[in-house]
Write a protein that binds this ligand. Structure first.
Ligand SMILES: Cc1cc2nc3c(=O)[nH]c(=O)nc-3n(C[C@H](O)[C@H](O)[C@H](O)COP(=O)(O)OP(=O)(O)OC[C@H]3O[C@@H](n4cnc5c(N)ncnc54)[C@H](O)[C@@H]3O)c2cc1C
Ligand code: SF4
Ligand code: SF4
Length: 476
């Protein structure tokens, strides 16, 4: 009876180092760690010691005997990962401790207080005489772990316990309500500290560039998420929930979060961390159907399998995928197994997945009434990737609410270089190109990819670069 990793895994790899038999993979040093959607336990090698359970910050690991019926699919998902043999050492390679040259004091300013900032602070504070001052522009710390992660993903949100413990270190000073670049300059931070680490995330979304996008009733999923999570900049927003159908453009995990929140019974939402103003509005909602539209095929969907499991576990929502789209997946694809086995639940609110369509216009006079889509087909590109090509067919979907969810991007930081194409600060393993004593970590460093825990190994790399520079006398 092995242990099993389930939906809330955020890939921080704490369990990897707790496991006495190295049966949790991929580990951060393995090439498939970054693209992996979660970590997996080898059911054959697991000796059921339970050490990983206490190491996990988000309660993602369960004994297989205590899985909920909707979680049983994770037994298969964990085991599937080990179908191909994986050569591995007896123990996972441990990251060596940081060594600072005498006298050993280092003072670091960290800008932001999201996951990347927290993991960076945790790493810096492994140096006994280190000090960290963390600047956050909002009144509360946590970044997207507080204002992004869906309110019904409570196990994931419980990562805040770990962040609170990091902030409780007396060598860390958290300064909230201070925006670096506005209230304090980069130069001031450098005067007061040996180094500055920017962990400011990717605060804006990629805009949808089609006619009609400015019509009332069209917004970004980013704003909708911030609104239902009580982000102080977004509490005064209103969304028109009085139509029958909403359309979400894009099908990543954020799109699925939004579709779930729009279709969940408000009485169940009341038991989550949802903001009271959003719950009140959602209680009045007349939306019966949410259509999630992707420009490529089902096989190229941007959502992860754990997120799909979360969506399809809702007892009172009818999730609809066309038989043609389902037929495009091989039987071995876990998404095929999940979606084909899914019972239809007619009479309930619906989430409909639509594929191979790109929005070309938002229609309406004084507010959105429909979205026009061009149909696509898949073509194999010369580089082996799959691209889309318009077929020439057009269709419209009527909707009173349209939310775009096509990606996040970072904002330029005054005085730092900026890669406008990627929306990140150019850097070499966290060192900002051409600027001394200045580093980046998290989404502003590598772009909006990965999960909360992915920022841990990212922050470790940045802090290692910082300490190397400090030891070389470059931060004097
Ligand atoms: C909607 C959404 C849902 C998600 N859900 C999950 C999930 O369920 N599970 C999961 O594992 N991952 C999830 N993620 C991914 C996860 O949230 C990110 O990997 C992570 O938050 C990125 O961390 P970060 O610290 O780089 O950025 P952020 O979390 O965005 O933190 C940046 C912080 O910097 C602050 N800041 C910005 N500029 C300044 C400034 N000039 N001065 C001071 N402070 C500043 C911001 O206010 C913010 O607090 C989700 C992401 C999104 C967008
Ligand atoms: S229960 Fe023990 S052996 Fe099994 S995965 Fe967890 S730490 Fe490893
Ligand atoms: S969240 Fe971290 S500790 Fe928990 S299962 Fe995932 S990788 Fe392991």
């Amino acid at each position: 009876m092995p242990h099993v990793i389930t939906q809330s895994c955020c890939s921080d790899a704490s369990c990897v180092y707790a496991c006495p038999v190295n049966c949790i993979h991929p580990t951060p040093d393995e090439p498939d760690f970054h693209p992996a959607e979660m970590l997996y336990i080898d059911p054959v090698e697991c000796v059921d010691c339970g050490a990983c359970v206490t190491a996990c910050p988000v309660d993602a690991i369960k004994h297989d005997g205590s899985l909920e019926p909707t979680e049983k699919v994770f037994l298969e998902l964990n085991a599937d990962f080990y179908k191909e043999p994986r050569p591995r050492p007896l123990l996972a390679p441990v990251v060596p401790p940081l060594q600072v040259r005498a006298p050993g004091t280092v003072s670091v300013a960290i800008v932001g207080s999201g996951p990347a900032a927290m993991y960076a602070a945790d790493e810096v504070l492994t140096i006994p005489a280190a000090r960290v001052r963390m600047y956050e522009r909002l009144p509360q710390a946590g970044g997207l772990a507080r204002f992004g992660v869906a309110p019904d993903h409570r196990r994931t949100r419980s990562v805040s316990r770990q962040f609170n413990a990091i902030c409780a270190d007396p060598r860390l000073e958290l300064v909230t309500g201070v925006e670096v670049g506005t209230d304090v300059t980069h130069q001031q931070l450098l005067t007061d500290h040996d180094a500055v680490i920017y962990a400011v995330g990717a605060a804006t979304d990629r805009p949808l560039d089609v006619p009609g996008v400015a019509l009332p009733g069209v917004s970004s999923a980013t704003r909708f998420v911030a609104w239902y999570n009580g982000h102080p900049d977004h509490t005064d927003r209103t969304f028109d929930l009085s139509s029958r159908r909403a359309v979400i453009v894009g099908n990543g995990n954020v799109a699925l979060d939004v579709a779930r929140i729009l279709t969940t019974d408000p009485d169940r939402l009341a038991a989550t961390d949802i903001a009271p103003h959003a719950l009140k509005a959602l209680r009045q909602s007349t939306i019966e159907e949410v259509v999630v539209v992707g420009r490529r095929g089902l096989a190229q969907s941007a959502f992860t399998v754990p997120e799909l499991v979360g969506l399809t576990s809702m007892p009172d929502v009818d999730v609809v995928v066309s038989p043609q789209d389902l037929a495009s997946l091989p039987d071995t694809d876990p998404r095929a197994r999940i979606l084909r086995d899914l019972p239809r639940r007619p009479g309930n609110r619906r989430i409909v997945f639509e594929y191979l369509q790109s929005p070309t216009a938002i229609l309406g006079e004084s507010a959105v009434t429909a979205v026009e889509f061009a149909r696509n087909e898949l073509v194999a590109a010369a580089d082996g990737t799959v691209k889309v090509k318009p077929t020439g067919d057009v269709r419209t979907i009527t909707a009173g609410l349209v939310l775009t969810s096509i990606g996040y991007r970072g904002r330029p930081i005054t005085g730092l270089p900026f890669d406008d194409e990627r929306g990140t600060v150019p850097n070499d393993r966290g060192r900002v190109d051409g600027i001394v004593a200045t580093y980046v970590t998290g989404w502003i460093k590598r772009g909006p990819t990965g999960f909360i825990g992915t920022n841990k190994s990212c922050a470790q790399e940045t802090v290692r670069s910082l300490v190397t520079d400090y030891n070389s006398g470059l931060l004097a």
